[in-house]
Design a protein around this ligand. Structure first.
Ligand code: SF4
Length: 286
């Protein structure tokens, strides 16, 4: 059987979200190919500014330990549409996300997940075009146990998607076992197999419980999400537009969530995340 991690011909973008799954995928690709040819393969991390510090450290450490060049980019609202950064210069207070919200003047939500599209997918695309790429293969870390994220129509884009983890039958248990055997790891807690602080800290695709616990345990981090809703909410009022655009969730405002936690101290509603954040999925695409 052909090794599912062998690089295809041509230019290849390897999406690294800063999570354990895509890091594992990168490791397997490095092993299968004896490293990667840096002139035609780019490992890319798109920083939204809402990643935990441990994620940024992990991305930097993966690059150092495995001797692989990782390109860090961030969304810019003005041309060229991206900034190339590094561990030291990476935004840590949601600046790229704020710039996107201020440009759109409404918030992303479960139905309109434009944050992934703009902060990650299009930002990487603009960078790759800036270095002269016309067409490429996009390698995305979706596992075999995330079938709801696979089988979608091919994007009408400059790239074709490649899912080597799914082809290799990789589950989250395989990824977990791999990291248990390593001498370093992503230093974020894994609760029942889920890394609830991975991806953007208060992401609206996480469970209500995760979002509520962030408000209780990381009030400074929660505050950014509440402030974004207040800022867009003020716009909505002035412009007379529906309030819907000013909440990340249709069901609750971040402020309500915090106030609930201040009163109750715990959260007894549903516990599962949805879409890409369920089952320790990573925010990359699909
Ligand atoms: S992690 Fe959530 S909030 Fe962040 S870009 Fe992805 S979908 Fe948007």
């Amino acid at each position: 059987m052909t090794n599912p991690y062998l690089l295809p011909a041509g230019n290849v973008q390897i999406s690294f979200s800063g999570g354990r799954t895509s890091a594992y995928m990168l490791h397997e690709i490095l092993e299968a190919n004896g490293g990667i040819p840096e002139d035609r393969v780019k490992v890319m991390f798109q920083n939204t500014g809402r990643e935990m510090e441990q994620t940024l450290e992990f991305v930097a450490e993966v690059g150092r330990r495995w001797g692989v060049m990782i390109t860090w980019t961030e969304y810019l609202a003005t041309a060229p549409g991206f900034a190339e950064v590094g561990y030291q210069g990476a935004s840590r207070n949601g600046e790229p996300f704020d710039a996107l919200i201020d440009k759109k003047q409404y918030l992303p939500n479960q139905q309109s997940r434009f944050c992934t599209q703009e902060l990650k997918i299009r930002t990487a695309k603009k960078y790759l075009q800036s270095i002269g790429w016309q067409r490429w293969t996009a390698c995305i870390g979706i596992r075999a146990d995330e079938p709801h994220r696979l089988g979608k129509p091919a994007p009408k884009e400059r790239w074709v998607n490649w899912h080597p983890l799914a082809a290799a039958g990789v589950s989250k248990h395989i990824v977990g076992d791999f990291w248990k055997a390593q001498s370093f790891d992503l230093m974020l807690p894994n609760i029942r197999g889920n890394c609830w602080l991975g991806n953007c800290d208060g992401c609206f695709l996480k469970s209500e419980r995760s979002q509520a616990v962030l408000a209780r345990d990381f009030p400074d981090r929660h505050r950014w999400w509440e402030a974004a809703e207040a800022r867009v909410g003020a716009l909505e009022t002035t412009k007379g537009r529906p309030k819907d655009n000013a909440q990340f969730s249709k069901r609750f405002a971040k402020k309500e969530l915090r106030e609930f936690m201040e009163r109750q101290g715990d959260w007894a509603l549903e516990t599962d995340g949805i879409l890409c954040q369920a089952d320790d999925g990573e925010c990359l695409a699909a």
